[in-house]
Design a protein. Structure first.
Length: 133
């Protein structure tokens, strides 16, 4: 599989003035760039920004709750394509996993003390508007 990006200028990920700090990047399906990071202006909320091959922002996925204060959670991202059966038909499922650290308690989650890892799994749904994760 080959994905070719069609950027005509460098994609600036951390100079938008909005407090987003990118920490990891992955190439997704159809050449999408999946950029994990956190928002310093919003309790270090973990976000994934998804860009198309030309560098246009397609979607921003909020991974953590903005009401929960994190401290530089250092999110990482992974991407996989796998075949699943839906209504007796094999289809490709495009999945991304995002993990980040949390040093303090998160409401409604069990903490074990120290530094906990929080992991979320998302998949692309082509039936949703703009093909959302």
């Amino acid at each position: 599989r080959v994905n070719i990006n069609e950027l005509v200028a460098p994609l600036v990920l951390n100079n938008t003035g909005d407090g987003f700090v990118p920490t990891d990047i992955e190439v997704g399906h159809e050449g999408r760039l999946l950029v994990a990071g956190y928002d310093t202006g919003n309790n270090d909320q973990v976000l994934v920004r998804i860009y198309d091959q030309k560098g246009s922002l397609l979607q921003e996925v909020a991974v953590s709750d903005s009401a929960v204060a994190l401290d530089q959670p250092d999110p990482v991202i992974g991407f996989a394509e796998r075949q699943v059966t839906v209504d007796n038909t094999r289809v490709a499922r495009y999945e991304m996993v995002v993990a980040y650290t949390a040093e303090s308690a998160i409401p409604d989650l069990d903490t074990k003390g120290g530094e906990d890892a929080v992991i979320g799994l998302y998949w692309f749904d082509s039936a949703q508007p703009a093909g959302s994760h």
